[in-house]
Design a protein around this ligand. Structure first.
Ligand code: AVJ
Ligand code: FE
Length: 468
């Protein structure tokens, strides 16, 4: 058996443990409202026929996501926390993700769009009642408002899933947003890589109040020196791989990756197309536009990311490397909640929250840089890591096995950092996501890493190498 680590979590935000119940309730109300505004906007943007349609066998009809959001909220906040009777026990099974595959949900006798809207509103009323009348102590489920935070995150996760469904649907644009802030331009970005010195850091958390079970507990991981990209891989960089015939050369691909590349006939990132003149175009929420050179590449699967990394003589970071680069502060030895510190994400820190409908150019968030000098770790694109989906040593399932536990050891790779479509409440430097290595309808990109050379490792440990 693995030994349960005993490290204390230096990332503990002092304020959170002492936040008053009233302050927790206020925050919960604000975040529940924010997620619901988003769910409503994503479903009001299209007509009823569109809400019940299957836009891709990989996705649920939007109206399923909406009612499923209500169903989870009812199960946890109304029935469990609130101790109230079920509103509509007969529909539980329809919205149980384990009973019906995404592809089959379109054929179920689902609530109609007006019924689903009425249902989620009724559940929300009762959930707010429960919030007002339940002491947020005495039971782990409600300490620091955990169950409410879990449900906020769940709704935001499904909102991101609905956003991915929007990206898959055909037709004219229905979602609109400001473009992201500009970057400084490729010439002014500085170094493409950062050396991370060897040594221990604290991975995961035991204190972040709304961290999910898979992020726990905090534990020390000792890594050799490594080098990681300062920024995610861009469209321009990825295009060079495509143009160089990277998709035709099995040398860059794992055996499984190559088999998938052939079987699925992959030729470029999803939603890309090349015209007769050789220009690459992409379709983004119904807008067809030239592929922007300086944005992180998005809509690539794990196998594509790993093939690109091999082509440039690198590899993908492990999950631990990613987290060390994002959180570790070498000056204090402490792991931060977010790359920039413990402060909640603001608009200047990262491209999160669907404020923009695309990743931002490299260098657009200088205020979000990590202590080790790594940019855009949170927001823009989910980043594929070369790690399987496994529990941390000392993992304890809470509060239900179907969130994380049943997926451990499956055919999944870890994704980190969130995307432009991830709400700030649903991501932090410890947050762990996972998906099948062939998936790319999610907002997935990557950055590369490599082992430090002997000279680099020596330099970072302060051992003289003889040269100057
Ligand atoms: C953590 C994103 C893999 O969407 O499948 C939503 C989140 N779990 N409802 C998913 C989730 C239950 C989950 N991921
Ligand atoms: Fe769900």
């Amino acid at each position: 058996m693995t030994e349960v680590p005993t490290v204390t979590d230096p990332a503990a935000p002092d304020g959170d443990a002492t936040e008053s119940e009233a302050a927790v309730r206020d925050r919960v109300v604000r975040l529940l409202e924010r997620s619901r505004t988003r769910s409503i906007a994503l479903t009001d943007a299209v007509d009823e026929a569109d809400l019940v349609a299957q836009h891709s066998p990989l996705m649920s009809p939007l109206v399923w996501d909406l009612a499923h959001i209500g169903s989870q909220e009812e199960l946890w906040l109304v029935r469990d926390v609130g101790g109230r009777e079920p509103l509509r026990p007969e529909i539980d099974g329809l919205y149980d993700a384990f009973q019906h595959s995404r592809a089959s949900r379109v054929d179920l006798p689902l609530l109609t769009p007006p019924e689903a809207r009425a249902y989620v509103a009724e559940v929300r009323d009762k959930a707010l009642d429960a919030l007002g009348s339940t002491p947020l102590r005495g039971r782990r489920l409600v300490e620091h408002g955990f169950a409410f935070g879990m449900i906020v995150q769940h709704e935001q996760q499904h909102d991101e899933t609905m956003l991915a469904t929007h990206q898959l649907r055909a037709g004219a644009p229905v979602l609109h947003a400001e473009p992201p802030p500009p970057g400084p331009g490729p010439a002014r970005l500085g170094a493409r890589e950062v050396l991370v010195p060897a040594g221990p850091f604290v991975q995961g958390t035991s204190t972040e109040p709304w961290a999910l079970d898979n992020e726990r507990p905090a534990h020390t991981v000792d890594l050799p020196a490594f080098v990681i990209d300062t920024y995610p891989v861009t469209n321009a960089e990825y295009t060079a791989f495509v143009e160089a015939g990277g998709y035709d050369d099995p040398r860059w691909w794992s055996a499984r990756g190559w088999a998938h590349r052939v079987e699925a006939d992959l030729r470029a990132p999803q939603f890309w197309e090349r015209d007769a003149s050789g220009t690459w175009w992409r379709r983004r929420f119904g807008v067809v536009e030239p592929v922007p050179a300086d944005e992180p590449v998005v809509h690539v699967c794990f196998h594509e990311a790993a093939a690109y990394a091999a082509w440039v003589g690198k590899r993908l970071p492990t999950e631990a490397e990613w987290e060390k680069a994002a959180r570790h502060d070498p000056a204090t030895g402490r792991s931060r909640r977010y790359p920039w510190g413990d402060e909640e994400p603001g608009a200047g820190h990262a491209n999160l929250g669907q404020r923009h409908l695309q990743p931002a150019p490299l260098g657009a968030y200088p205020a979000g840089v990590s202590a080790l000098g790594v940019h855009q770790m949170l927001g823009d694109v989910w980043e594929w890591c070369d790690s399987g989906w496994e529990p941390y040593p000392g993992f304890e399932m809470f509060p239900y096995p179907e969130y994380s536990q049943v997926f451990f050891g499956g055919d999944y790779k870890v994704l980190r950092g969130g995307s432009f479509g991830t709400d700030p409440s649903a991501v932090r430097a410890t947050f762990r996501n996972w998906d099948h290595p062939i998936r790319r309808q999610i907002f997935s990109g990557f950055r590369c890493a490599r082992d430090a050379s002997a000279a680099e490792a020596a330099e970072s440990s302060g051992v003289p190498t003889g040269g100057r």
